[in-house]
Design a binder for this molecule. Structure first.
Ligand code: RIB
Ligand code: CA
Length: 319
């Protein structure tokens, strides 16, 4: 008897590592991806919708609905990461014009409707700025109690920032949204840079996927080549940090990380540490933990798992 599927909504700013996360979710027999909700971040929400539709078509999954969400953060000015993900968000990859279209409903309406119609069933994997989730929480007070779990790629606890010296991109883009989500009461698993910066995809990993010359492997090579050039130029790294797929993998393989229950908050005071996430390791604030935080990762096993799961997406296409 197979265990029940994990039913996911992925809230995303696709984005190169977002597209890898979406492909990993589609390749996972443990998961049912019930929709993608798009937010501005790595690229605009409009471009992100186009990218999401293209990636779904690439994977042969036109059945999955895509919904456009917030164009701008709650209060902060819009910040787009084109230097990291390219002018249209998928690096050097050029995918065909999507034949499918986004859904007419707003992403926040879809999130609320799907979660309230399936109380305790839907896991939200949030791999972009948290604006859509914060709006859902504010618009529908019943939303937090009905969410099964939220796995958030975001923040940096004992690790430096990747957008300011202190702050990680998803949280920095909309720290007020992160504050609302962190204090919503939703069961949260946080996947910060502390673990994702250990998950490096190398050129040889990509060459392994390219052994099967297929649209998915060609896409991954073109998208990650841009991303690797960014990491080399800006961070002196070989390879690229694939942040987002780890959040997907944890929904069905939590043993890949070591987690700790902690009280975590985010700085919204507007100073130099705006968007900094911090954990109260020594209970100074006397507040109960509000999330599980992944602070350790079995990085080699995870990258191997990622490649093992993605490879069949390439093989089926090349036969
Ligand atoms: O800081 C990394 C996160 O910001 C990832 O989700 C990446 O895609 C960007 O959204
Ligand atoms: Ca992302």
């Amino acid at each position: 008897m197979n265990p029940p599927l994990h039913r996911l909504i992925i809230d995303t700013d696709p984005g190169i590592d977002d597209s890898l996360a979406i492909l990993l979710a589609l390749a996972a027999p443990e998961l049912s991806v019930e929709g993608l909700t798009v937010v501005s971040g790595n690229c605009t929400a409009a471009q992100g919708c186009r990218n999401a539709l293209q990636v779904l078509e690439l994977a042969g999954r036109r059945d999955i609905p895509v919904f456009k969400g917030a164009d701008v953060p709650l209060l902060q000015p819009l910040l787009i990461a084109s230097e990291t993900h390219g002018s249209h968000g998928l690096g050097y990859a050029e995918l065909p014009e999507p034949a499918i279209r986004i859904q007419p409903e707003h992403a926040v309406s879809f999130l609320i409707q799907k979660v309230l119609e399936n109380p305790g069933e839907i896991t939200i994997v949030a791999i972009g700025p948290l604006t859509n989730l914060a709006l859902a929480i504010r618009l529908e007070p019943r939303f937090p109690a009905a969410v099964r779990e939220m796995v958030i790629m975001g923040g940096a606890i004992n690790h430096g920032g990747n957008t300011t010296p202190q702050a990680e991109f998803n949280v920095y883009c909309d720290p007020h949204a992160a504050y609302i989500v962190f204090h919503s009461g939703i069961p949260i698993t946080l996947v910060p840079l502390d673990v994702t910066y250990q998950t490096i995809l190398s050129k040889s990993d990509v060459l392994r996927l390219l052994e099967n010359d297929a649209p998915v492997s060609r896409f991954i090579e073109q998208a990650t080549r841009f991303y690797m050039e960014f990491h080399a130029e800006y961070q002196g790294m070989e390879g690229c940090v694939i942040n987002d797929p780890l959040a997907v993998a944890i929904t069905y393989a939590p043993e890949l990380v070591d987690m700790k229950n902690l009280y975590v908050d985010v700085d919204i005071s507007g100073g130099v540490s705006m968007g900094k996430t911090f954990a109260d390791f020594y209970d100074f604030l006397k507040r109960p933990p509000n999330m599980r935080v992944a602070l350790g990762v079995h990085a080699k096993a995870y990258i191997e798992h990622f490649l093992d799961r993605i490879e069949p997406l390439c093989i089926t296409q090349s036969t």
